[in-house]
Design a protein around this ligand. Structure first.
Ligand code: ZN
Ligand code: ZN
Ligand code: ZN
Length: 252
């Protein structure tokens, strides 16, 4: 249990998506502190925009560029920060890496660690959106871009939840995203880094269907944090009570 689940009443209970209905997910989603923070901060950004607005075209451009930049920044972070195996080598970053990605790959249905951690997501969202918005439309542009980044994050997190929820979406696109994200978790983690957008996977050649990669990645569940590696960099193992082996379905 982490600090958040200890403190918040509703989140005292762990939530597992494989045992939840769509309705239960929606209820849990809107009670999660980070989601509430994104929604509240997007209202603040919209309020600040209303106070010092940018003209129409710079506003639209700021929103548009944020929508386009978002999946690119996510791709860069997911591939080269979360999966490139350098964070656990620095003791001060090891706990963060464990929280923001290792734990999710260890227990993919566990809602509390599926969501990004606010102290890492907020700076990333702000840095990826506000400066471009500022260059395009000054203060108003920065606020429009920031609000777009925050709202897009809510959308991403919700789609990511649905991908791990034990149900088959009716929407064709959702089914396709889910299939690709499941391959990232259970077949080969070196690909399909997108969540709702696989454009950058296609550009960088990391997009795949299971049939195109017959071999299952040996590190798909431990992300390369093996017992060997743990001997040299023990921090994550210490925090996790050992090195995980085998399929996440058979663990807690
Ligand atoms: Zn991943
Ligand atoms: Zn996932
Ligand atoms: Zn669990």
């Amino acid at each position: 249990m982490n600090a958040i689940t200890e403190k918040q009443g509703f989140w005292k209970k762990s939530h597992h998506l494989d045992k939840m209905t769509f309705k239960e997910l929606v209820v849990a989603y809107f009670q999660y502190p980070a989601i509430i923070a994104y929604i509240a901060l997007s209202f603040v950004a919209i309020g600040l925009f209303a106070w010092r607005p940018a003209p129409l075209w710079p506003t639209l451009a700021s929103v548009g560029i944020s929508v386009v930049a978002y999946p690119f920044v996510w791709y860069l972070l997911h591939r080269w920060v979360l999966h490139s195996n350098w964070m656990f080598k620095f003791a001060p970053l090891a706990a963060t890496w464990k929280r923001i990605h290792y734990d999710h790959h260890q227990d993919p249905n566990h809602l509390e660690v599926l969501f990004g951690a606010l102290h890492t997501t907020l700076p990333a969202i702000a840095v990826a959106t506000a400066p471009i918005g500022y260059l395009i439309g000054g203060f108003g542009g920065a606020m429009a871009a920031l609000a777009t980044g925050l709202i897009t994050t809510c959308f991403y997190e919700f789609c990511h939840c649905i991908q791990h929820l034990a149900y088959k979406p009716k929407n064709k696109l959702l089914v396709e995203w889910k299939r690709k994200h499941m391959a990232h978790h259970f077949h080969d983690e070196h690909g399909n880094f997108g969540i709702t957008n696989f454009f950058w996977d296609k550009i960088f050649g990391t997009h795949y269907e299971r049939s195109e990669r017959p071999e299952k990645s040996p590190t798909v569940f431990n992300l390369g944090y093996t017992e060997e590696v743990a001997k040299k960099y023990p921090k994550v193992a210490e925090l996790s009570g050992g090195v995980a082996k085998g399929h996440p379905r058979y663990r807690g």
